[in-house]
Design a protein around this ligand. Structure first.
Ligand SMILES: Nc1ncnc2c1ncn2[C@@H]1O[C@H](COP(=O)(O)OP(=O)(O)O)[C@@H](O)[C@H]1O
Ligand SMILES: [Mg+2]
Length: 259
């Protein structure tokens, strides 16, 4: 497919850090495309380079060689139309601002009227199951609710690309399942192209259209695995299916370097 039909194209990306100990090669010859509306997860062992790859996708850093393209143009700074959700909601939400003011942050320069902003906030709060929480402060909410606010803020501009780095790693297991199901609902309602890093292989399979497995030092794409599980997905039937278990077994083997 032509690269301008893709939301993101990663083309032969190499990445090195210069450290006091010398050059550290982290990524080697990474290539993949993200078609519009798709959901991809990046998995791999700790320290393999997942966050590095995400930082390159956001345009916060540029690769040592190769290119990252957003709708056909090379990314050198964070592009318009990109939203990011980080692992640690306690650092991403402003504790001195109410929920509505936190969500309004990306809309400040949008030219929208106060009324339009209030309406947009109402829509996204409803989407994430937090209607009526406009006037609360983040510290009055549970961790899972705070991460819902972070997701609401990320989708309020209707971004073309959503990037999430371990978005559910700081919450308990039950909340994590609830947030995963929220992400499935958001992807269905908003159709935002999404890239998520997770160390949780089951979660990657449960949510994604494809899973990009990074392996080695420097990291290469071991395989891009298509997840052809049917929609709607649910925690019991999807995770209990043979196809799900075959996919997770395959990806586990690859992340551990057994395959
Ligand atoms: N800014 C940096 N400078 C030097 N080395 C870095 C920097 N950021 C990450 N690294 C190193 O690059 C490798 C990959 O890190 P990272 O992308 O955070 O991996 P992951 O997210 O998969 O755990 C690690 O060895 C890490 O120590
Ligand atoms: Mg990381």
């Amino acid at each position: 497919m032509n690269s301008d039909q893709q939301v993101i194209s990663v083309e032969s990306v190499h990445m090195e850090y210069s450290t006091p100990g010398g050059i550290k090669k982290v990524l080697s010859d990474i290539s993949f495309d993200l078609p519009k509306g798709s959901f991809a997860s990046i998995v791999g062992p700790s320290g393999v380079g997942k966050t590095t790859l995400l930082r390159l996708l956001t345009g916060l850093m540029t690769p040592t060689s190769g290119a990252i393209k957003f709708r056909g143009s090379i990314v050198t700074t964070p592009p318009k139309g990109l939203s990011v959700v980080l692992q640690d909601y306690t650092r991403s939400l402003m504790p001195w601002l109410t929920v509505e003011k936190n969500i309004a942050l990306p809309l400040r320069k949008s030219g929208m009227s106060k009324k339009q902003i209030a309406e947009a906030i109402e829509v996204v709060l409803e989407e994430v199951g937090l209607s009526g929480n406009q006037k609360n402060y983040p510290w009055q909410l549970s961790g899972g609710m705070q991460q819902r606010v972070a997701i609401a803020r990320a989708i309020v501009m209707k971004p073309e690309l959503l990037i999430m780095d371990e978005p559910f790693a700081s919450v308990d297991a039950q909340t994590r399942f609830d947030l995963e199901d929220l992400v499935l609902k958001v992807r269905d309602d908003f159709k935002i192209t999404t890239v998520m890093v997770t160390h949780d292989i089951d979660e990657a399979v449960y949510l994604s259209d494809f899973v990009i497995v990074l392996y080695g030092t420097p990291a290469k794409v071991k395989e891009i695995i298509k997840v052809d599980l049917p929609f709607p997905r649910n925690q019991i039937a999807t995770r209990g299916s043979k196809k799900f278990s075959d996919l997770r077994t395959k990806i586990y083997g690859q992340v551990r370097g057994l395959q």
